[in-house]
Write a protein that binds this ligand. Structure first.
Ligand SMILES: [Zn+2]
Length: 406
């Protein structure tokens, strides 16, 4: 993927309250220098104010207790001045009590809406609309990552690339698979591009597309760069999701899994006209044949295997869909891995987002301190964790379930 810049941007209102609470409630993201300043402390402050109001109100005496207390004081020997003073005090307390109780209700509502930071490490309790968490075999997905990188570097036009294509297709036997093949002519020559789409029909009119690129960078073809996280992890994730979907009747939108090709730039530094070939071609093709208007959401997976998993929120993506992903993460108990940081990033989602398709980029763009492993020979399997694949796989499938309920 191509990165523009990590930034603290003005649209902080788009950072949901629960992300703010999680961020301020733990220290696990302290190593992220950009994210540390990216979150406004305001919502967390207003919440703590609300809690304080609640405690203050609860500590106030009840109206009944107050009346009894003052009547005990009013012995026959009490002077008239004291009586008037106490009567005034009594009225103040009686008037203040309902107002205080109103404040308590308001602050209690705030507390209910904001999930506790403690819930980050435990699955969300089942609610009336939540089914069992989707299943995902992370050890099998991890095995796929190892098998993909075992082919070696897989730049466009290479024998290794052809082997990975065959490998992906071999896992999709018996499914409805479309191959979208074409050629491109960047300055480096002529290259075949092969998008692979596995289609799972649903009962509802509309399509959800889930995508991952599988190529590695042409300019890095002569070094042992295998893209374990960048390209292999997300492609393996989709293969495992295909396993989960196989043979099931989908009670919702159709699901199309897309392994897109020619994503990485043919030149470094990144060069827009010679990158994102597969998705640019497909978005245009689907626009021309009318498919695009049926696409309800485009969910991109990229660099999702990092053992230290911190999925970034992408400024250019669709806010409501990102909120839905966060909702899915919260429901499955994984929200501490999502959206502590908000960044700007270009990626495969772009041609779809530009055409009005709601899009989300599920990406962790801090791969090693300061992203030091990205596009280097250090992008290897030992940096990854099956747990991260499980988190992203589960949250993605839960997002699909929530999309189907909309
Ligand atoms: Zn890349």
């Amino acid at each position: 993927m191509k990165h523009l810049h990590a930034s603290c941007e003005s649209g902080l209102v788009r950072v949901p309250l629960i992300a703010v609470i999680k961020h301020t409630g733990t220290n696990r993201h302290n190593h992220i220098p950009a994210g540390a300043e990216c979150v406004s402390p305001e919502p967390a402050l207003s919440l703590s104010k609300g809690r304080k109001s609640w405690v203050d109100c609860r500590d106030s005496p009840s109206p009944e207790g107050t009346t009894q207390f003052f009547s005990d004081l009013l012995e026959p020997s009490t002077r008239i001045g004291n009586f008037l003073f106490l009567l005034t005090m009594c009225l103040i307390v009686l008037l203040a009590a309902p107002a205080c109780s109103k404040q308590k209700n308001a602050s209690a509502e705030t507390t209910v809406e904001a999930p506790s930071a403690n819930s980050a490490s435990t699955p969300a309790p089942a609610t009336s609309d939540s089914a069992a968490p989707p299943s995902f075999d992370s050890s099998r997905a991890m095995q796929y990552v190892k098998e993909i990188v075992a082919f070696g570097p897989r730049p466009n036009g290479s024998e290794n690339h052809r082997r990975v294509e065959k490998y992906i297709l071999s896992h999709l036997k018996g499914l409805d698979v479309e191959q979208d093949d074409f050629e491109v002519t960047p300055s480096e020559g002529r290259f075949p591009i092969h998008n692979i789409i596995a289609k799972f029909p649903g009962s509802k009119d509309g399509i959800i597309v889930m995508a991952s690129h599988y190529d590695t960078n042409w300019p890095l073809r002569n070094i042992p760069y295998i893209g374990a996280n960048d390209g292999a992890s997300s492609s393996a994730l989709l293969l495992e999701i295909a396993n989960q979907l196989r043979g099931k009747k989908l009670e919702g939108y159709s699901l199309w899994l897309l392994w897109d090709d020619g994503e990485e730039s043919m030149r470094l530094p990144w060069y827009d006209p010679e990158s994102l070939y597969g998705v640019r071609h497909l978005a245009q093709k689907w626009q021309d044949d009318g498919t695009l208007k049926k696409v309800k959401a485009f969910i991109l997976e990229d660099m999702i295997g990092d053992a230290d998993l911190n999925i970034d929120r992408i400024i250019e993506c669709t806010p409501w869909l990102e909120d839905l992903v966060l909702d899915a993460a919260t429901r499955t108990g994984y929200q501490s891995h999502f959206f502590a940081r908000q960044i700007s990033a270009e990626d495969d989602y772009r041609p779809f987002e530009d055409r009005g398709v709601p899009s989300v980029d599920i990406i962790d763009f801090e791969y090693g301190y300061n992203n030091v492993f990205w596009h280097t020979t250090e992008d290897t399997v030992d940096k990854l964790s099956p747990k991260s694949l499980a988190i992203v796989g589960t949250v993605t499938l839960e997002t699909v379930r929530l999309l189907n309920q909309r």
